[in-house]
Design a protein around this ligand. Sequence first.
Ligand code: HEM
Length: 96
Amino acid sequence: MTNRNVLFLKLVRWSGWPLLPVVLLFLLTGYIMDGRYGLSRLLDEKTALTLHRMLHLPLIILVLVHSVPAVYLALQRWGWIGPRDEGARDAEPRKT
Ligand code: HEM
């Protein structure tokens, strides 16, 4: 596995855990505002909106940090793209 792939796998695994509470809170505050399923009893609408708004940016960043490298690694696994050859830059040009 190349250094890049090791880094990408770490990014996928580390970002997965904060993503879990952030996505759950995002859904919860959304449903609280909506008043569905009686969840509006948990928190007033104004606080839910403030929290929901604050969660947008971390959610977008975490989704990108989690899924872009995950998709990249999956494409490599499926053979749709090749692994980056890390020695290529220093290697002699190939004589054909
Ligand atoms: C709300 C959305 C998501 C949440 C909360 C989430 C959460 C997690 C968590 C907690 C893990 C375990 C990390 C570990 O092993 O330490 C994980 C692994 C993984 N996730 Fe997600 N994930 C989400 C969306 C996605 C999406 C959209 C993709 C792909 C496009 C994805 C791809 C993966 C992959 C490939 C792994 C396994 C990495 C490995 O080989 O260990 N996830 N995710």
